[in-house]
Design a binder for this molecule. Structure first.
Ligand SMILES: *Cc1c(COP(=O)(O)O)cnc(C)c1O
Length: 306
């Protein structure tokens, strides 16, 4: 299969004997970047209805990606947002709205129960029939999309690293590895120990088994989701200056920081691929004109190649 994104080698003496490569998933598509593109690909090919409903926080990249994909493919999209409406909309929700997404809000208590039959029934009474994507887009089809990543890497490698939010990306990458290869995920949430069971659950949902070829590192959350203390920001700025990569702070910076911190712990000669899952900025609204240059799977008999 034609790779969805290129691999670049990083030369850096601070990594000791480790070879670092970047899988530039941030370059996949200007609007549906990185792992969001991989997670949506197959989901969009399996829709029953013309309406896609999903969940997310007020800054969710998944919400933006679904909105952009809906506009491009001519689907109605509904974003169920955690918490109260704040006007004017922040740039993330403003972008989703400009793509045509209908925004609705759930108070935090109801939002916590969002995946229960009661709340889903309530949403169906209000919006009629729809296809539902879970928060963050992590389901079996998303795992299968992310499992395509390792097979695109033609260089030899031992470890693939990625940041972890809901765990779908790590679950898929690990499932797509060959014998002897491992995946290492860096959790960006504080107290994310529950995610190990979630990764295994997602793999079982997608493939019926959960291999033991991955690890979840919980030590580099830097205080919690979207927290960017000066030490992390300084590291990211330095990395940008030395390697010319725009470093997204919420996810990518924490993975890279953790990887550098752990570099000495790898056997010399270890070859590591870090997945650059996204880019720092929110695209300017409105979205591009409807068209499908990204090759998203629309179920039209595509073989999955671009
Ligand atoms: C959403 C996102 C993630 C998290 O992916 P999960 O599959 O939810 O673990 C990682 N990196 C970036 C840049 C993201 O936007």
């Amino acid at each position: 299969m034609e790779p969805a994104s290129p691999v670049e080698i990083v030369r850096d003496e601070r990594l000791g004997g480790v070879t670092l490569m970047l899988k530039r998933d941030d370059l996949i598509d200007p609007e549906i970047t990185g792992n969001k593109w991989r997670k949506l690909r197959h989901n969009l090919g399996e829709l029953r209805t013309g309406t896609l409903l999903t969940f997310g926080g007020a800054y969710s990249g998944h919400i933006r990606a679904v909105a952009a994909a809906g506009r491009r493919l001519g689907l109605a999209t509904i974003g169920v947002i955690r918490g109260e409406e704040h006007l004017p909309l922040n740039p993330s929700l403003g972008y989703a709205r400009a793509c045509g997404m209908w925004l609705t809000y759930l108070d935090r208590t109801t939002y916590r129960a969002k995946h229960t039959p009661e709340v889903i029934a309530l949403l169906r009474r209000r919006f009629g029939d729809f296809d539902l994507l879970p928060e963050g887009g992590s389901n079996a089809a998303a795992v299968r999309g992310c499992a395509e990543l390792p097979g695109e890497i033609t260089e030899s490698f031992d470890v693939v690293c990625c940041p972890v939010g809901t765990g779908g990306t790590l679950a898929g990458i690990a499932a797509g590895l060959g014998p002897g290869q491992r995946a290492l995920g860096f959790a960006v949430l504080k107290g994310a120990g529950f995610l190990a069971a979630e990764v295994a659950r997602l793999q079982t949902e997608a493939y019926g088994t959960a291999p033991a070829n991955w690890e979840l590192d919980l030590d580099f959350h830097f205080g919690g989701y979207a927290r960017v203390p000066p030490e992390l920001d300084g590291f990211a700025r330095d990395f940008e200056a030395r390697h010319g990569l725009p470093v997204e702070r919420v996810y990518v910076a924490k993975m890279l920081y953790g990887l550098y911190a752990r570099a000495a712990g790898f056997a010399p000669g270890t070859r590591i691929v870090a997945v650059i899952t996204g880019r720092p900025s929110i695209p300017a609204a409105p979205c591009a004109d409807p068209a499908d240059p990204a090759g998203l799977d629309t179920g039209s008999g595509s073989d999955g190649s671009r």
